[in-house]
Design a binder for this molecule. Structure first.
Ligand SMILES: *[C@@H]1O[C@H](CO)[C@@H](O)[C@H](O)[C@H]1NC(C)=O
Ligand SMILES: *[C@@H]1O[C@H](CO)[C@@H](O)[C@H](O)[C@H]1NC(C)=O
Ligand SMILES: *[C@@H]1O[C@H](CO)[C@@H](O)[C@H](O)[C@H]1NC(C)=O
Ligand SMILES: *[C@@H]1O[C@H](CO)[C@@H](O)[C@H](O)[C@H]1NC(C)=O
Ligand SMILES: *[C@@H]1O[C@H](CO)[C@@H](O)[C@H](O)[C@H]1NC(C)=O
Ligand SMILES: *[C@@H]1O[C@H](CO)[C@@H](O)[C@H](O)[C@H]1NC(C)=O
Length: 507
């Protein structure tokens, strides 16, 4: 987007408005992409068809290693393996510019070895991607969204450096067979969630959990190496012919100010948060604040080795510069304050939640749009204003059809985003809703919903249907403007009948 256009939009929209409280609608910049996201284990089902191998999740759930609040699993999920054409029809009807999906590693390499490629897996993804291309939908493909082959978990998963090589093998098979259909690649989704999930039966991301902090830092270390190797492979051998872009996808929390928040507390919170994986990519190596803090903790714990593995100079160089774009998942914020006395976190920062923040059914995800804006401005300043692709942002509820909470969430977060672009010059290129469909939400099973399309999990058909947010998004995308959420029971400001044929009875 050229700068002159930005200036024009500022003048049109912000005359007489204070920051963050724009007019009734705001216009998205030219070329801004709006899309929706999903992930293989959460939607595909078909866990054991046509040569697919067992994933770490299949094994954990079938062997009762992990608890789900409604005792469900992803064996069938949304059955998108069989219903992908219908999914693409929804994407097309709503009008999304792009769709983000992930590939199931064991559907492609059942045993994690490149010597056995499962052709049915390749066929499935080729059909899906071709269907999207035929609908002019930009394709965003995550190589890895937490579901690796179980056989690799049995040798230690991401704590074993062998994963780096296995991930390269897998990526090569994907680039060779599917790369020509992919516009934007994500290497690894949310390495922080993957590596710092609490052990056993915890929130999400890991089927088995990691033993302790040493395992967590090893996991991050190997994930960064795997990402960098695959970025270089794409850059050297595929980019010229396939023309895509590729990057890592961290999840970053935002923050807001409050009592006890200092420059240092924000910096520690950020560098120990998504900065942990971003510093090596944008600046080279882990940040000084992370290295020195963890070294101090090692001394305090009488550890004779470093909890944070050390990159050789060669690896520092290999990892630096391996993001074609700044991918960002974001949901919520905290108030970071320095810890005094006994330390409970590696960062030395307490992450406070304000009781006045609106909560959601997922208790760690309070609604704090202001923190999103602070985060976007920090990314602008810290990493030299890279092109930012928001690849997840969304709201959990109990599956209401009249999902005003979801519409309000997207409206408030998008208002912050547009302010960051238009007022603050942040270079944000895309926004992606988590999620297209209600789906299998890890430890919460099907008991909570993120989808803007409803899925009936009691029907063998996994019937999809509209929610109120489906209609709102259609109108936002059609008009390329951020439309104010309607009040419950009202007719829409654009003259349509907003709630027609929709009631909460169906939920
Ligand atoms: C696949 O798993 C289902 C249970 O989810 C089972 O009923 C079915 O027999 C299995 N199919 C094969 C081919 O193993
Ligand atoms: C994976 O390898 C194991 C052991 O070699 C074998 O028993 C199993 O059938 C293989 N699974 C698949 C899906 O190929
Ligand atoms: C985790 O969940 C499983 C299955 O419900 C249960 O058997 C196990 O005891 C739990 N482990 C812990 C540490 O809570
Ligand atoms: C896709 O875009 C091409 C070129 O702009 C256009 O000719 C075609 O009709 C579009 N197809 C669909 C399904 O929108
Ligand atoms: C470290 O070692 C010292 C000396 O043996 C001991 O007093 C201290 O409690 C140890 N610290 C921890 C955290 O174990
Ligand atoms: C499932 O879908 C089929 C074909 O669309 C339809 O005939 C059938 O009635 C549906 N069944 C249920 C339970 O919704």
């Amino acid at each position: 987007m050229e700068y002159s256009k930005v200036i024009t939009i500022i003048c049109l929209i912000f005359v007489g408005d204070s920051r963050g409280q724009a007019a009734d609608f705001q216009t998205f910049p030219d070329g801004f992409l709006i899309g929706a996201a999903s992930a293989s284990y959460q939607i595909e089902g078909a866990w054991n068809v046509s040569g697919k191998g067992e994933s770490v999740w299949d094994y954990a759930f079938h062997n009762m290693l992990k608890q789900v609040s409604d005792d469900s699993n992803g064996d069938i999920a949304c059955d998108s393996y069989h219903k992908y054409k219908e999914d693409v029809q929804w994407i097309r009807d709503i009008g999304f510019d792009h769709y983000r999906l992930s590939l199931s590693w064991p559907r492609i390499l059942p045993n994690g070895s490149k010597d056995r490629v499962n052709l049915d897996g390749i066929r499935y993804y080729r059909n899906l991607l071709e269907e999207l291309k035929a609908a002019n939908v930009t394709t965003v493909v995550s190589l890895y969204h937490w579901d690796h082959p179980e056989v690799l978990e049995e040798i230690g998963g991401w704590t074993n450096e062998v994963m780096v090589e296995r991930f390269e093998d897998y990526a090569k098979v994907v680039f060779d067979n599917l790369g020509y259909l992919v516009d934007i690649f994500v290497t690894i989704n949310e390495p922080e969630m993957l590596c710092f999930d609490e052990p056993v039966n915890s929130s999400e991301a890991t089927a088995r959990g990691l033993a302790n902090d040493v395992a967590s830092y090893l996991c991050v270390h190997n994930a960064l190496k795997a990402h960098a190797k695959v970025w270089h492979m794409y850059d050297e051998n595929y980019r010229a012919t396939q023309g895509g872009i590729i990057g890592l996808l961290p999840v970053c929390r935002g923050w807001v100010s409050g009592d006890g928040v200092t420059e240092e507390s924000i910096e520690r919170y950020f560098q120990f948060g998504c900065g942990l994986v971003l510093h090596p990519i944008y600046k080279g190596d882990y940040s000084e604040i992370v290295k020195t803090t963890l070294a101090d903790i090692d001394v305090y714990r009488n550890r004779s080795f470093s909890s944070l593995p050390v990159f050789t100079d060669e690896w520092v160089k290999m990892i630096k510069g391996t993001n074609d774009y700044f991918g960002l998942n974001h949901y919520t914020s905290r108030i970071p304050v320095m810890e005094y006395g006994a330390r409970t976190s590696d960062s030395g920062v307490l992450e406070i939640r304000d009781k006045s923040w609106p909560i959601t059914v997922l208790d760690r995800l309070e609604v704090v749009p202001e923190g999103f804006g602070n985060l976007l401005r920090k990314i602008r300043d810290e990493y030299d204003n890279p092109p930012v692709y928001i690849l997840e942002n969304g709201f959990a509820d109990s599956g209401e059809i009249l999902d005003y909470g979801r519409i309000n969430y997207h409206y408030d977060y998008l208002s912050e985003l547009l302010t960051a672009i238009i007022h603050d010059g942040c270079n944000v290129k895309a926004y992606t809703i988590w999620s297209l469909l209600d789906n299998f939400e890890w430890d919460r099973g099907y008991s909570i919903s993120f989808g803007i399309v409803k899925v009936d999990f009691t029907s063998p058909n996994r019937t999809r249907s509209e929610k109120l947010s489906t209609r709102w998004w259609k109108e936002v995308i059609r008009t390329r403007t951020l439309i104010k959420p309607p009040a419950p029971g009202s007719t829409s400001s654009w003259g349509g009948c907003f709630e027609c044929d929709l009631t909460n009875d169906k939920s």
